[in-house]
Write a protein that binds this ligand. Structure first.
Ligand SMILES: [Zn+2]
Length: 106
């Protein structure tokens, strides 16, 4: 089996047009290995990994809106809030029961 050079390996990758510059040497001759972008309820998050064709160093970039929540995190928060609200409602109901009992006892 022929061993590929880095240049051969990355030759099919496309450049990232928005962030082409290498974080190590500043060259814009880079290829993108990984890119993912997630939108969740109007909030955005992305990750990008490029390799430099000049110095073969990786550049990793990621960005997330300050209050970005992944769908999983959003569901977890929603669930916790619901549980908390239910707990509060149960407590109120118990207070009402107690009040009703003390009225009945009087
Ligand atoms: Zn470089």
């Amino acid at each position: 089996m022929k061993i590929m050079t880095v240049d051969e390996w990355i030759s099919r990758w496309k450049p990232n047009e928005r962030f082409p510059d290498c974080l190590s040497c500043g060259s814009t001759n880079t290829k993108e290995h990984h890119f993912s972008q997630t939108w969740c309820r109007g909030k955005k998050k992305f990750e990008s990994e490029t390799i430099c064709c000049e110095c073969h160093m990786w550049s990793w970039r990621s960005y997330a809106d300050p209050d970005f929540l992944s769908p999983e995190e959003y569901d977890k928060l929603k669930w916790e809030k619901m549980v908390q609200e239910n707990a509060t409602r149960l407590k109120d109901a118990r207070v009402e029961d107690a009040a009703a009992e003390s009225v009945a006892a009087a």
